[in-house]
Ligand binder design. Structure first.
Ligand SMILES: [Fe+2]
Length: 142
């Protein structure tokens, strides 16, 4: 069974900064694979994919926050709070996974995918709009 049959489909729209789009694509890929590992109750695969996703999320958020700091994004604080909130959610899931060997259900994984789509389409899009305006003034592309 694939992720599509499980209702996990990508609605990610490229936002126009290749580094960020590459990261989003990788998160999307990990979310799809997690859903399959969850349905198959493959604990080892699930744990590895989940840990990869947490690590990739941390690195990706840090990259975005550097871009925002350099580009003097006024939404940096609010945007970073969204990153921190989803990392908290992932930490709670990691806790259940480690202590109770409890895999996320497909609905929970679908919610992570929805969060990513919504975040990319709002906070990340605002970031890109700001950076494009900011750098256009100085003649530098993002
Ligand atoms: Fe973001």
């Amino acid at each position: 069974m694939g992720a599509l049959e499980l209702g996990i489909e990508s609605n990610l729209i490229p936002i126009g900064i290749s580094e960020v789009d590459r990261d989003h694509h990788e998160l999307d890929r990990l979310i799809s694979k997690l859903s399959v590992a969850s349905v198959e109750e493959n604990h080892d695969d699930f744990t590895k994919l989940f840990n990869d996703m947490v690590e990739h999320s941390r690195e990706h958020f840090a990259r975005e926050e550097i871009l925002m700091r350099k580009g003097r994004c006024p939404s940096l604080e609010l945007h970073s709070q969204e990153h921190a909130a989803i990392l908290d959610t992932l930490a709670r899931h990691a806790h259940s996974l480690m202590l109770k060997r409890q895999l996320l259900r497909v609905e929970q994984i679908r919610a992570l995918g929805s969060w990513l789509n919504r975040h990319a389409d709002t906070a990340d899009k605002h970031m890109v709009d700001h950076l494009n305006r900011h750098y256009a003034l100085s003649g530098i592309s993002v």
